[in-house]
Design a protein around this ligand. Structure first.
Ligand code: NAD
Length: 276
């Protein structure tokens, strides 16, 4: 494969770069995921709330690739948290995907107000023990939520998928993940493609390497050790975003990008987000 794996804390291999499908309508997901698989992506990041598990599953089925050669992530939505409802939501996701296991299942948000993430995670542990999920983890968990989860359950999460890009570098979370052996997965790795890709420092590094700003930002993540899941529905960009394993940023480039941190979120605050 084009994309080297990282080894999760339970020994499972996960491609360091995958394809995200947030905001891709179900009827466009099959085409987008097909394009990504043809371009060499072997990891797909969806979620129940994205409403495109069916289209994603159709592309996987039609790809002709062996199931074990594709790494599939989906996520438990907030309104489904709780032990029994998690088990039911998982069955629904598997059915929509047309799969008999997923590689990674994540609690989408901690929603601390509900106080159900520990119970939900215990259901994850059961599904994991039953062989229906290869690795279990969380998303949008702050260190305080991880600390509680680790104290009250038995499987340390394999992954925490959090908003992370040069304007929100998440150094405290990354440090805690490293201490605990949790892989840091960056969502909105390109900062949603908005202002970030026009930042002069990034444009200059791109010109220096004969690359695009998106490739430079993805390369920065990879060299830091982050897992990334850039999203695009444009075939040329889908291809561009995976062509990032044949060049290296130097220490000066990395430092210039690390200087861009503004602790600025594009998405919701995990401490208060509670959408059902
Ligand atoms: P992203 O940072 O991947 O940016 C995607 C946008 O950037 C595209 O829509 C496009 O406008 C632009 N873009 C992509 N490639 C480009 C290129 N080569 N050149 C120029 N512009 C380009 O943002 P995202 O979609 O928010 O995040 C990626 C994935 O992360 C999602 O699809 C989803 O799978 C996941 N995600 C998870 C959560 C969560 O709560 N766990 C939240 C948001 C996103």
């Amino acid at each position: 494969s084009k994309v080297p794996p990282i080894i999760l804390n339970n020994g499972v291999e996960m491609p360091q770069l995958g394809f995200g499908v947030w905001q891709v309508p179900d009827d466009e997901a099959e085409q987008a995921v097909t394009t990504a698989l043809e371009a060499g992506y072997r990891s797909i990041d969806t979620a129940a709330i994205y409403g495109n598990e069916e289209g994603t599953g159709k592309a996987i089925a039609a790809s002709g690739l062996a199931r074990e050669d594709i790494f599939v992530t989906t996520k438990l939505w907030n309104g489904d948290q709780g032990y029994d409802s998690t088990l039911r939501a998982f069955d629904t996701s598997l059915e929509k995907l047309g799969l008999d296991y997923v590689d990674l299942y994540l609690i989408h948000w901690p929603t601390p107000e509900r106080d159900l993430y520990v119970d939900s995670y215990k259901a994850f542990e059961k599904l994991h023990a039953d062989g229906r999920i290869r690795a279990i983890g969380v998303s949008n968990f702050e260190p305080e939520h991880l600390r509680r989860l680790i104290a009250e359950t038995s499987v340390v999460p394999a992954v925490d998928q959090i908003e992370l890009h040069p304007h929100l570098q998440q150094s405290a979370a990354r440090e805690y993940h490293a201490e605990q052996g949790i892989a840091t997965e960056a969502w909105s790795p390109l900062g949603q493609g908005k202002g970030l890709l026009e930042v002069p420092a990034i444009v200059a590094i791109a010109q220096k390497h004969g690359r695009t700003p998106a490739q430079v930002v993805l390369r920065w993540h990879l060299q830091l050790g982050n897992v990334v899941i850039p999203k695009s529905v444009t075939p040329s960009r889908i291809k561009e975003n995976i062509e990032v394993f044949d060049f290296t940023l130097d220490t000066e480039d990395l430092a210039a990008i690390s200087a861009l941190n503004e602790d600025r979120r594009l998405g919701p605050d995990p401490l208060t987000f509670n959408q059902a």
